[in-house]
Design a protein around this ligand. Sequence first.
Ligand code: ZN
Length: 458
Amino acid sequence: MSKAYHFKGLLTEKGWLEDVTINLDDEGRITSIGEANHTAEKVNGYALPGFQNAHSHAFQYAMAGLAELHEGTGVPDDFWSWRSAMYDLALQIDPDQLQHIAAMLYSEMARHGYTAVAEFHYVHHDKNGQPYSQLAELGSRLVAAAEQAGIHITLVPMFYQQGGFGKPAEDKQKRFISPTIEDYYHLLESSRQVVKAYDKAKLGQGIHSLRAVKPEDVVQVCKDFGNDRPFHFHVSEQLKEINDCLAFHGQRPVEWLLNHADVNDNYHLVHATHLSDAEVEGIAKSGAHVVLCPTTEGNLGDGLFRFNDFQNTKGRWSIGTDSHVSLNPLEELRLLDYGQRLTTHKRNTYYQPNRGDSGFNALKMAWQSGRKAMGHAAHEFFAVGQYFDAVVADGNAPLIATAGSQHLCNTIVYSSDVSNFLGTMVAGEWITSEGKHQKTDEISSNFIKTMNDLKSRL
Ligand code: ZN
């Protein structure tokens, strides 16, 4: 049945439309904006385009909050010790458990305002490292979890071949490994089939990292890439990775990649934390996007991305929650901004020529680049023919109720949290409202049972 909603405000890529009706068809796609409709459901709130979560490893949600007991272990706690704990978890999870963890995660993402996720997926095989009879079995479970939670998913199966630069895979990595390009392409084809099961699922592809694939195979996969889907790539997250790459290739990771592949605006470089001046310029010139995950990067002690320098080259960026230590998109935007403020002693991180509205600029870039990371070309926040996917800020929340339109985005980005959201809609349906996901009982009880079985959170 067709539907209509009337909002106090609707954010477009040009600014707010006030007192606006949005009309939808029976699939939840927009048929018109602004056309009066007396049957419209009145919503006392401000609709923003749903946040795009451009980087996720769903299984890691099971260890959120567990990596903070630092005393008494006797070993320095850094990214690499965290990674070892993460591998231990990856080895234990069966397909049903992965689906339950991912459904919990995606429903929580929705509650925080995300309506789409790009799942950077590299746990492919069974616990013995053997391929499942359906190669993309675990990918299919992630798609099923997104359907259960009601959000869009772009499944991005990763090519992961070896343990490090010139090093064979470790035993702990056995669930990730595709030994050859052909093996990876079979997995990709199986993944292409499994996304067909859900009308809000799409396919991407990618390479886990330069350290995880032989150089000649990185070159070949990038050469074979048809530019018909987003291509995701972890890059330059850790100083050790830069040093290992320099020792092996004589070049830095981004430098090497730009020299050996036709990097273009379908590429989404995740983290890109440690860049030389030439690499900052090179990424922007290539048109590639970066995916920034400030809360995970902060939690793992990666370092600060050169955000101001990158923005000065007109570089484009999206956000992701990566290890899911936080699921709040507003926190990602604030930490990204405050990292720059604290080091430069200036406050206008998100300034754009002719537009000084920080919150608006941040929302717009994160959304537009995030859409590209999902495999969509859309630039308009809400366009006729698109699904109506939105997060709605509460028009009764005191700070929001009293903010003029020029301060609304900033009040939401800098001074709100999920408790100030009325809910999240996908395809014109409320999938969360009043702080609860519509399937929270079923999803939570499956998740709790899974965690009790795994005993990993005790
Ligand atoms: Zn990652």
